[in-house]
Design a protein around this ligand. Structure first.
Ligand SMILES: *Cc1c(COP(=O)(O)O)cnc(C)c1O
Length: 430
């Protein structure tokens, strides 16, 4: 595969930006080689600076549920941008997107738009702390919630542990506000709340953890979280930045029929533009400034162009059978690959929910915790990755990242992907 232009661009980028990128995983560190510089996307396809074409399963890490350059989204963006890009004053477009979401989501009565998933999570935590008057947060090992200081932590040693920072620059005192527990472990949560609920403001979880492999939780565990939070006056935050509008319009909350106290959104909500949001009941949201005393603001929050893109995309998601068709396509892809894995008896398992899928070099059919992932096998992933790249299939460049199927993927694309992935597995599993 010719990569001359990507290589040249990367050399220049490295002189200008740390590691040549504006978000670390893009640098290809975990798979090796040069990041591919993209110049164009249309539907399920992306084209790089050397004119190689790929079927894309990264989809900008999830936002592009309609595929690239969807015409309806594009038209709305162009129409809106002609009237100016930002006012710092309210616009009708904010009402439009808010109304679209609130009228179609059982668990959101009020919403506040921000500009990224990280910002949504950061604001949701502040809100939870403001409402409860408590300061500690429980998070789970293997969930990612953006680069918020107090959430860049992993479990320390011991049973009930305060977090240890995973990034330089996070003060120990911030990390100490976070308690990290293993996923899918009811007892760990119950024990911790029993001891410390008077200090704990919220439990935050990706109800469908999809940032460190796809670690599907039991419905029972999620229900248990809801019960415990209610019992101990702790707020339950569902971080649905990935799962929101992805596994259904109402995300994981709708899928599992569990009402969290606060939900955070990002990715799909912006139709490929930078949008995040957090929503909750009228009562909880009334604590936000200017109504209440929890401060949160943003110069470009509710940006009209981004609102228009988000509304155009979510409108499509609301069409009849949208999620049904997406699920059907994803099942088709996953079943095609599974069949081959079974025939060859490979120790590979594919996990999927809605239009999210992930494969691991493991024969465990139920992976629910981060420590069950075999890190040693990621060298196999790197080989598979480069085979796929060379043969026109693009995934996020890390074995811990999930793949996304979009509305734009055709069965022909899926057939080609099945064949290429099976060939890749044959190559590395000998
Ligand atoms: C992507 C993601 C975030 C961070 O969103 P950004 O827009 O990258 O800041 C937070 N939480 C979850 C679950 C995510 O997947």
């Amino acid at each position: 595969m010719k990569q001359d232009n990507s290589q040249k661009l990367f050399e220049i980028a490295k002189t200008l930006m740390p590691g040549g990128v504006n978000s670390p995983v893009r640098a290809f560190k975990s798979v090796g080689g040069t990041p591919v510089f993209m110049k164009q996307g249309k539907g399920a396809y992306i084209t790089d600076e050397d004119d190689n074409q790929y079927i894309d399963y990264c989809c900008s890490w999830g936002p592009l549920i309609l595929g690239h350059a969807n015409e309806k989204v594009q038209e709305k963006i162009i129409e809106t941008v002609k009237n100016g890009t930002s006012f710092g004053a309210p616009t009708a477009l904010e009402n439009q997107l808010a109304e679209l979401i609130i009228s179609n989501h059982s668990y959101i009565e009020k919403i506040r738009f921000v500009s990224s998933g990280t910002e949504a999570v950061m604001s949701a935590l502040r809100l939870a702390r403001g409402v409860t008057g408590k300061s500690k947060i429980i998070k789970f090992e293997g969930c990612y919630h953006g680069h918020v200081d107090s959430l860049l932590v992993k479990a320390g040693s011991g049973l009930v542990t305060f977090g240890e920072s995973t990034s330089a620059g996070v003060p120990e005192s911030f990390a100490n506000e976070t308690i990290v527990l293993p996923l899918n472990d009811e007892d760990a949560v119950a024990t911790t709340l029993e001891k410390l609920s008077h200090e704990i403001a919220a439990i935050i979880i990706e109800p469908i953890p999809a940032n460190n492999g796809l670690l599907l939780q039991s419905h029972k565990f999620l229900l248990h979280l809801r019960e415990l939070c209610t019992k101990y006056n702790v707020l339950l935050i569902f971080d649905e930045v990935i799962s929101g509008f992805r596994v259904g319009f109402e995300g994981a909350a709708g899928l599992y029929k569990i009402q969290p106290d606060i939900i955070t959104f990002g990715k799909i909500i912006g139709g490929g533009m930078p949008v995040g949001a957090y929503g909750a009941s009228h009562e909880i949201m009334s604590n936000i400034s200017p109504l209440g005393n929890v401060y949160q603001a943003g110069t470009l929050s509710g940006n009209p162009v981004a609102m228009a893109a988000g509304a155009a995309q979510l409108n499509e998601c609301l069409q009849k059978d949208f999620y049904h068709d997406l699920q059907h396509k994803t099942d088709y892809l996953v079943d095609g690959i599974k069949k081959h894995i079974k025939e060859k008896n490979y120790e590979i398992t594919i996990y999927n929910i809605g239009s999210i899928f992930w494969f691991a070099f493991s024969d465990m059919t139920h992976l629910t915790r981060a420590d069950q992932i075999n890190a040693g096998k990621m060298t196999l992933f790197a080989k598979v990755y480069h085979y796929l790249l060379d043969n026109g299939i693009y995934f996020g460049p890390s074995g811990y990242e999930v793949g996304f199927v979009s509305q734009a993927h055709t069965f022909e694309d899926l057939d080609k992907t099945i064949k290429t992935m099976c060939d890749a597995f044959d190559l590395v599993m000998v």
